[in-house]
Design a protein around this ligand. Structure first.
Ligand code: C2E
Ligand code: CA
Ligand code: CA
Length: 729
């Protein structure tokens, strides 16, 4: 089954590289897009956080500065000028505190230890809230440092009149607060004024959750609160003047890019989904197309290398296999066998049953052969009814023959058509590669020569190439040319006539015309030497016509009751055959009753309507039909009945063994019974011994022929014999 089973349609359904590549590409693009987007979002959001941090820092700075706002001082100053009473200072301080949203306000001397006034409901007494003490102390220290500085405060301007400082502190209760200190110099006073008239205004403004909430609200930030830094929150350290971190505010950063991304998510997701669908469709399409393409390609390759009818390798693949087998020694010390196979009589089947039936048989032959093939063999159909086989790894000639005999056995069973079963045989020619001295072309030639030899040897044969075959083939070629010449010129061909005697009377019943060829170089050639060649080359039609013409020409002038002419089965292929015979008879003026045609079983085997019709036509005209060499072929009683015939000629091989072999005797006896039953006469041919003659006569043969009675004679001698007999009678 070496080459038969490769099915062009089972294409592997694996994803092809293109699809894989596209998938990898798409995934890579998606990953890159995700990473890129993430990076961009992060980048934008980071910048947003920085901006938010700046905003908060600025807002807090504003809040901080508000604790020493100029207007705060002016309120106090205005109030003090109208009422210089320290008692009422507390009320003023409270006004300042309330108008400026401060928690507490203290008015101190620059020395700072005694508050002149305190703002705020909790501390009506003139004392500093213990919660604020550290903060106030810190401010006074910073003020002292400021005053003690080399340059000193410049009081010449309004701004210099009211120097101030602010800080951010943690109060004793842990709360953070903005604190501020302003120096309030009396209005209109100069540098010369007593220092006692100077006051310090200290304001405390805790950074409350409320303050942060309103800040957050104002700047569009969410969840601004005090907290240590933690993930997902933006934080801003709060520093005091000394630069130390005293706390953090934290908030939920806005992350505009991320929210933009989220807002855009449904759109993006649908887009990606659609894109993925589109891509999937595209990939599926690409895949299907490529699979189809590959399948078409596989199919095309298959068709290019196989015979469409049988699925066997074609000539191209066969050549390839042959070259491969010859190029790579299959096993050490083995050879390659090339077997040429040709069906015998296939043309008859085609002619008889039609081409469809012929195809059916070719198919069956291929199937049967493929089942009988060794594993590594390649079976090819080279055309028509020609097959060939390459078999690598053959050990010797014996093995090659054994393989072929197995193949020949597949023809033992008849081939079944829808309305008939047909016997077909095949001829085999084997060439064995010997060493590597032989080319593939030479191998093919040798297999053909061997095939030819087995055909010549009578078909259904197996021959292994032998150099001697080349010589005989060459001789055959020249013989063909010479026969063609002889038929053209009428030179060298002649007929002998072997008399056939009446079994009872011993009289000459008739004579069989036997062709001879007086070859210029080879002398007198018997038909065995050239009939096969004539059949192969088609010259048989011309030869047959010449024989008939010559026999009729002779018979019409002689006293011979009838003349028998041998007809090759191939002559029946010519649909004009019967008409040709009748035309010759009338042209020569020989009555149809004086002609017998000897046909062989091969003719009946063809079982064709046209042959049946031709035989019927010849018989109706009065020509007798004899079945020659009966018992050597495959003839069946069925055939005999289907074509009513006039005569059976029992083959010489039976005559030869009839005296000594009881089995032959009983066969001949039943053949004669059969002929009687079918109303046919029986001729025994090849009689060489008296015992044979007597036995065959006793068995009931009606006519006898053989060397014992008469050898084939020239026309002249036959005429002599006839005259002699007549005078005796
Ligand atoms: P066949 O038709 O069976 O012819 C009888 C053959 O047996 C003849 O050989 C004949 O010489 C031979 N023969 C006759 N009596 C004896 C005998 O007692 N002993 C032996 N051993 N042989 C005997 P031939 O003439 O060599 O012919 C051989 C075959 O060639 C014929 O066999 C026939 O089939 C074929 N043939 C002869 N002439 C023609 C022809 O004109 N056309 C065709 N198509 N075939 C022919
Ligand atoms: Ca004959
Ligand atoms: Ca015969």
């Amino acid at each position: 089954m070496a080459e038969m089973e490769s099915d062009p349609y089972t294409h592997r359904r694996a994803l092809n590289p293109l699809v894989w590549l596209s998938l990898v590409f798409v995934v890579a693009v998606l990953i890159a897009a995700a990473v890129g987007t993430h990076w961009a979002v992060d980048q934008v959001d980071r910048r947003a956080v920085i901006a938010e941090r700046r905003t908060i820092a600025a807002a807090l700075a504003l809040e901080r500065e508000s604790v020493v706002a100029g207007e705060l001082r002016s309120i106090w100053e205005a109030a003090r000028q109208t009422n210089d009473e320290p008692g009422s200072a507390a009320i003023l301080a409270d006004v300042v505190r309330e108008t400026h949203d401060l928690a507490r306000v203290y008015i101190l001397t620059p020395e700072g230890d005694l508050p002149l006034a305190v703002g705020g409901p909790q501390h009506p007494e003139k004392m500093i809230d213990p919660n604020d003490r550290a903060a106030v102390q810190l401010l006074l220290e910073q003020f002292g440092q400021m005053e003690g500085a080399d340059e000193g405060p410049d009081f010449s301007t309004t701004e210099a009149k009211h120097p101030s400082l602010t800080d951010t502190v943690r109060l004793a209760d842990g709360q953070m607060a903005f604190v501020g200190l302003s120096l309030i110099a009396p209005d209109g006073g100069g540098v010369d004024e007593a220092p006692a008239t100077r006051f310090l205004l200290v304001s405390i403004k805790p950074i409350s959750a409320q303050m942060l909430a309103s800040l957050a609200d104002h700047f569009g930030l969410e969840g601004l609160h005090f907290a240590a830094p933690r993930p997902n929150h933006a934080t801003l350290p709060i520093l005091n003047n000394a630069g130390r971190v005293i706390g953090f505010v934290a908030w939920q950063p806005n992350r505009p890019a991320l929210s933009l991304l989220w807002e855009g998510a449904p759109g993006t997701v649908s887009f990606l989904f659609l894109a993925a669908m589109g891509l999937a469709f595209l990939l599926a399409w690409v895949r299907r197309t490529t699979v189809q393409l590959a399948a078409t390609q596989t199919q095309t390759t298959y068709l290019a290398l196989h015979d469409p009818l049988t699925g066997a390798a074609n000539r191209v693949l066969f050549e390839k296999r042959l070259l491969e087998s010859m190029a790579y020694p299959y096993l050490a010390r083995t050879t390659v066998a090339l077997v040429a196979i040709d069906l015998d009589g296939f043309k008859d089947v085609n002619d008889t049953y039609g081409h469809a039936a012929g195809d059916q048989i070719i198919k069956q032959v291929a199937t049967r052969l493929s089942f009988a093939l060794p594993e590594e063999a390649t079976l090819a159909r080279l055309g028509g009814d020609e097959f060939a086989l390459v078999q690598p790894g053959v050990l010797n000639e014996g093995q090659a023959k054994w393989i072929c005999q197995n193949l020949m056995r597949v023809f033992d069973t008849p081939f079944v058509l829808s309305d008939a079963s047909v016997e077909i045989r095949a001829s085999f020619g084997v060439a064995l590669e010997e060493g590597n001295a032989v080319s593939a072309t030479e191998m093919r030639r040798r297999a053909d020569v061997a095939l030819y030899a087995s055909k010549a040897a009578g078909r259904n044969q197996l021959k292994v190439y032998d150099p001697a075959m080349d010589k005989s083939r060459r001789e055959r070629r020249s013989l063909e040319v010479e026969l063609r010449n002889a038929l053209l010129t009428g030179q060298g061909l002649f007929l002998l006539y072997q008399p056939i005697f009446d079994a009872n009377s011993g009289a000459v019943a008739g004579a069989e015309a036997l062709v001879r060829w007086d070859h210029p170089e080879r002398g007198n050639l018997a038909p065995d030497m050239f009939i096969d060649m004539a059949e192969e080359t088609g010259l048989i039609n011309q030869l047959g016509a010449w024989v008939l013409e010559e026999a009729a020409r002779f018979a019409v002038t002689s006293e011979l009751p009838w003349v028998a002419v041998n007809v090759s089965p191939l002559q029946f292929r010519n649909l004009d055959f019967a008409d040709g015979v009748l035309r010759t008879l009338s042209a020569r003026g020989l009555p149809a009753e004086r002609l017998q045609l000897e046909i062989t079983e091969g003719v009946l085997l063809q079982n064709s309507r046209s042959i049946q019709a031709m035989l019927a036509r010849l018989r109706t005209a009065g020509i007798q039909i004899a079945l020659d060499d009966f018992g050597t072929g495959y003839s069946s009683i069925g055939h005999l009945r289907a074509h009513s015939l006039d005569k059976l000629k029992i083959d010489q091989s039976f005559t030869r063994s009839i005296v000594r072999d009881p089995a032959t005797l009983s066969i001949v006896r039943s053949v004669i019974d059969l002929a009687r039953a079918l109303d046919m006469s029986v001729t025994a041919e090849g009689i060489e011994e008296e015992a044979q003659r007597r036995l065959l006569k006793e068995l009931g043969c009606t006519e006898l022929q053989g060397f014992l009675l008469s050898r084939p004679l020239t026309a002249q001698r036959l005429v002599g014999l006839l005259a002699e007999r007549r005078s005796v009678a």
